[in-house]
Structures are given as C-alpha cells and as structure tokens.
Design a protein around this ligand. Structure first.
Ligand code: UDP
Ligand code: MN
Length: 254
C-alpha cells in the first residue's frame, strides 16, 4: 500500500499544544497511517522536541524561503502568510493521499476510513453550508496542484482572509459536483448558534468522530476550565481535550 498520512500544522508553541492532542488522539484510536506535523522555524526547540516524540515526522516549512517571485508577491499580501503555510501540505508528495486536520481538532474514534475518500473531501461549514470547512479535508499531495493553489491565492486572494476562503474558490465545484466528497458533519463537529443546532446536537452529538474547536477560544487558551465559554455542548469535549493533553504530558520525562 502506498504511504498515507494525517497532517496537521503548528506555527507557534501554543498551536503545538493542539498538535500534540491531534497526534495523541489519532494514536489512541489505533490509526494505521503516518502522523505528520508541519512547523515553522519560530516554533521553539522545546516544543519541536515534544512533537518529535509523538509524530512520525516533523517537517519544518518556511514559505518565505521559496522562490523570489513568490516571496515578493507574498510581501504584498502579508495576510496570506498562515494560509500559504497550510497550502504547503500539497508538497508532501512522499504520501499518495492525506487527511489534513487543524491543530484545534480532537479525534474521538478511528477515522482511517477517511482515506477511502478522494480530493477534495470535506464537511460543510456550519456558517455557510455551501462552503466546506477547511479544518478537516482529504487531499492528494501534488506539486502541480500546489503551484496552481499559490497562483490562485496571488491572483484572487481569499474572501475570508484565510485558507478556507481560498480553498473554497479553488475547489469551487465542491457544493454540487460529487456528494461522495461531502463528509458527514460528525467528521468536523463545530459549534453553531443556529436554532436547529441544539436539538440536532442532542440527537446526533454522541456520534461525533472529530470535534473542531473553531473560533477565537481554543482549548489551550482556557487552562483548567472544563466549560467552554462558546457552548456548553462542547464542555464535555473540552474535558476530553485536556485529558488527552495531560496524558501526553505525563509521558514526558520530567
Ligand atoms: N494555525 C497555526 N497558527 C496560527 C493560526 C493557525 O498553526 O497562529 C494553523 C493550525 O493548524 C490551525 C489552523 O492553522 O488549527 C487554522 O487556524 P484556526 O484553527 O485557528 O482557525 P479556525 O478553525 O478557528 O477558523
Ligand atoms: Mn481550526
């Protein structure tokens, strides 16, 4: 079987806390695929060492090191910095297929069946369901796609300033073309304030496979608290997140 991997990204030490939980929760549920993290050079040595014990591969990416033309173009669009870093996942051509997971996700069971899907598979965004949420997606690393994505970013920017806007205009047929590329919402469960959400959460929430702590408040920015300020629904998942994070910490040498 050709190599397949789960991929996440951390551009700061605090997002490394999230990446730790991503890897740990994937391992807990017995994934057979590789687990890879992309980090930027500003991530501290200490944080990187912590990741090395958990991930199959820690890959340092620095988009500003790439060709001059791109660098110059990027300087005119500084807001796209983190987006460009995330796009780097398409350069991981040592893998034939990957599943990207945001560093603010928590895996609740084995989700290896995601590799049965093809590029670009993702779950609907709760805010605008004709767009996919880019916190969890299946993709095929390919240098040509990567170059086309960068070109698209420089030409059109991103309508939300981040990777989600960009990826949605690039993979623009997602909403209608192929239902098999629509992941069920339980693969990227985010909170929503719509009035239908709470009854649906009560009915289906226990089926969640991947929880995504989307938004400004991240689990690691709520140290010690077991209740989410965003939503009480997420409180149980926040507790699980901290349990996973602390389990990792206990494994580290003092
Ligand atoms: N990210 C990062 N550093 C940052 C912001 C984002 O490493 O300062 C990465 C990380 O993997 C994160 C993803 O980009 O999960 C998307 O950002 P975030 O999850 O904060 O966005 P949201 O899901 O809340 O829209
Ligand atoms: Mn996220």
């Amino acid at each position: 079987m050709s190599a397949e991997a789960f991929v996440t990204l951390a551009t700061s030490d605090s997002y490394c806390m999230g990446a730790i939980v991503v890897a740990r929760s994937l391992r807990r549920h017995g994934t057979t695929r590789s687990i890879v993290v992309m980090v930027t050079p500003n991530v501290s040595q200490r944080a990187r060492l912590g990741l090395e014990g958990l991930f199959d591969k820690v890959i340092v990416v620095d988009v500003m090191d790439s060709e001059d033309q791109l660098r110059l173009s990027m300087l005119r669009r500084p807001e796209l910095g983190i987006t460009f870093t995330k796009l780097h996942c398409w350069t991981l051509t040592q893998y034939s297929k990957c599943v990207f997971l945001d560093a603010d996700t928590l895996v609740l069971c084995n989700v290896d069946e995601l590799f049965d899907r093809d590029e670009l598979s993702a779950a609907p965004d709760p805010g605008w369901p004709d767009c996919f949420n880019s916190g969890v997606f299946v993709f095929r690393p390919c240098l040509h796609t990567h170059a086309r994505l960068l070109e698209h970013a420089l030409q059109h920017g991103s309508f939300d300033g981040g990777d989600q806007g960009l990826l949605n205009t690039f993979f623009s047929s997602w909403s209608e073309a192929d239902i098999s590329k629509h992941l069920p919402f339980i693969y990227n469960l985010t909170t929503s304030s719509t009035y239908t959400y709470l009854p649906a959460f009560k009915q289906f929430g226990h089926n969640a496979k991947i929880v995504h702590f989307l938004g400004v408040m991240k689990p690691w920015s709520s140290q010690g608290r077991t209740e989410s300020s965003q939503s009480q629904n997420m409180g149980r998942f926040l507790t699980l997140w901290w349990n996973e994070y602390r389990a990792q910490k206990n494994c580290q040498p003092p």
